[in-house]
Design a protein. Structure first.
Length: 587
């Protein structure tokens, strides 16, 4: 494979977008295109459009758009590389890494070991499953029935039971696995009496990855002796399973997303909370398994939904580590809301006591993350105390904490919460703006779509015309680009020009993978119909003029600065005169 770009082009040529999406969704022809109900948001009337000629999709309901790779990424909740692997396998094309690592002995051995560990985990899950349903599993079945779990829920989560310390190793040895491998993948532990079941005597909850593969197990104690050694216990961390980088039930949330778009996810602490919520009808629940949330977990969550509700118990919810985890989710672009469960009950207990509707009300009443942080500040610094001395002592500390909170917000939320904090504290809005300006005086302002200059709009239009292959459109050099999106897009267009290749619209999502839907829409949604051809042709020339003038003016400003230091430099004066004439002629 010449390079990664050639590989991308190859898998796109061999994976027609209509065929691929049609294997996931029911597509119906609508004129030259195909329509379906959007899998990324709930809708009854189809607004999801698949364009075979451009090899892109666009939902006119939620605005989501992309190429065949992005569709697989979104639908399978996987990474770009994983989506490429799926499409390459579908088309029978080897991944570039295959040729690179074909002769890499260490790579082959590592991959082979991973496959063995996955097979051991799968067979271990089957063993636990069968024991749960056998005579030996009566204790576990009574326990689950006593907690109100039905067989459908038990089967969905693959619940099993470990009867003792030696039945599992005996079974795994009979299947042909080495005890050393079983220890390394976490299902067995090495002791004085040899290898024993790591979760002996416990109810077993398999832990799956996003691809639905068993990678570890959780064990729940059911009697005083077992609980004395820990109510909950996981198999050890392995090459397959790192606790802080995984989420329990992420595979079920992904499945639910594929069936009907997930409006939100609820993150809880334990397995049994997730299982109870699933049975009560809350299918988008996952568990952080008692760890503070991490960037890897934020990545998994963001692949499944845009909104996350955090439902921790009262003690955990106020901890600094927990709040840091919520900030990680916020920085990942997720809308974060925090639920409060009364009476210090966990979700399982609350649903059993008050029912699913009451729990649904807790979701409705959840606080946005900034409000939650302000509530924590108020709890720590009682600015509404009836004691004047306590109030006066608390107010400066509250204000300092509020400024820290405001600094973490984007411009839109910051403006809204400045007003809220001002009303709460009595400090003026100007005071908070001034403090934030002092803190951020070295930072560049964010540029949003609403703040695009005429020159930026011109750059988008020029790029759109060239990318869509309009016969009057061409690009000779790179304009000034104040966004990574425009810079990458123009690099691609100029690369195509240098190679004599025709740009492809669907490559937009490959060369600019992290752009916003708004940026994509500037390119995809331009009306380049035949009816507007002459108008667009004239506008294209005007846009090129604007972009060229901007570049000349920047160079002119640079020359003027240099001439201030050396007014007699003849070369600079000549270049300045030429630039000024060019700007005048173009205008």
């Amino acid at each position: 494979m010449a390079d990664w770009s050639d590989f991308i082009q190859q898998i796109k040529r061999n994976n027609d977008i209509v065929d691929v999406i049609g294997s996931y969704l029911e597509l119906r022809r609508s004129g030259a295109n195909f329509m379906a109900r959007c899998p990324f948001h709930g809708e009854k009337t189809p607004s999801f459009n698949v364009n075979r000629s451009l090899q892109i999709y666009k939902c006119f309901g939620c605005g989501e758009s992309g190429d065949v790779i992005k569709f697989v990424e979104k639908y399978e909740s996987c990474s770009f590389v994983e989506a490429c692997e799926i499409l390459a396998k579908r088309a029978g094309i080897p991944m570039p890494e295959t040729s690179v690592n074909r002769d890499d002995k260490e790579y082959r051995e590592r991959k082979a070991k991973r496959d063995v560990y996955l097979a051991i985990c799968k067979d271990t899950a089957k063993f636990y499953w069968r024991v749960y349903r056998s005579e030996k599993g009566q204790l576990a079945r009574r326990y689950m029935q006593g907690r109100g779990f039905d067989d459908v829920t038990v089967n969905k989560f693959g619940i099993g039971y470990s009867p003792d310390g030696f039945s599992l190793p005996k079974y795994l040895a009979s299947v042909g696995y080495s005890m050393a491998d079983c220890v390394k993948c976490g299902v067995l532990q090495k002791g004085r009496q040899g290898e024993t079941d790591a979760l002996s005597g416990r109810l077993i909850v398999p832990i799956f990855n996003m691809q639905g593969q068993v990678i570890a197990f959780g064990g729940r104690g059911m009697d005083e002796y077992t609980i004395a050694h820990g109510k909950y216990k996981n198999t050890s961390e392995t090459p397959l399973f790192i606790k802080k980088d995984n989420l329990f039930a992420v595979n079920i949330a992904k499945e639910q997303k594929q069936q009907s778009a997930l409006p939100h996810l609820v993150v809880v602490e334990g397995y049994m909370d997730v299982i109870a919520m699933y049975q009560a009808g809350f299918k988008g629940a996952v568990a952080s398994m008692g760890t503070s949330l991490t960037e890897q977990q934020a990545k998994w969550l963001s692949r499944l939904s845009d909104t996350v509700y955090i439902c921790y118990d009262g003690d955990a919810a106020g901890q600094k580590a927990t709040v840091r985890g919520l900030d990680i989710l916020d920085r990942a672009g997720l809308e974060v809301r925090v639920m409060t469960v009364p009476e210090k009950l966990d979700p399982d207990e609350y649903i059993k006591k008050y029912g699913a509707e009451a729990f649904d009300k807790l979701i409705d009443d959840a606080m946005p993350l900034p409000d939650y942080k302000l509530k924590l500040l108020e709890n720590a610094f009682p600015i509404n105390s009836s004691d004047p001395a306590q109030r006066n002592n608390a107010l400066p500390k509250y204000v300092k904490g509020a400024i820290t909170m405001l600094k973490s917000l984007d411009d839109v939320r910051q403006a809204r919460y400045i007003t809220a904090v001002s009303l709460t504290t009595g400090y003026s809005e100007d005071y908070f703006r001034r403090k934030l300006t002092e803190e951020n005086e070295t930072e560049l302002p964010n540029i949003t779509g609403d703040e695009l200059t005429q020159e930026d709009k011109a750059k988008y239009f020029v790029a759109a015309c060239v990318l869509h292959g309009e016969d009057y459109a061409s690009v000779e050099d790179k304009p000034l680009c104040n966004s990574a999106f425009l810079s990458s897009l123009y690099d691609y267009l100029l690369d195509c020009k240098s190679k004599g290749a025709k740009p492809s619209v669907d490559m937009l999502y490959t060369v600019c993978p992290n752009a916003s839907e708004e940026q994509y829409s500037y390119i995809i949604d331009v009306d380049l119909s035949k009816a507007k051809r002459e108008v667009n042709k004239r506008y294209f020339e005007e846009c090129k003029r604007l972009v060229t003038v901007e570049k000349f003016k920047l160079r002119r400003d640079e020359l003027l600065k240099k001439l201030k230091k050396d007014p007699s430099d003849g070369d600079l004066l000549n270049e300045l005169a030429e630039l000024s004439k060019k700007i005048t002629d173009i205008r």
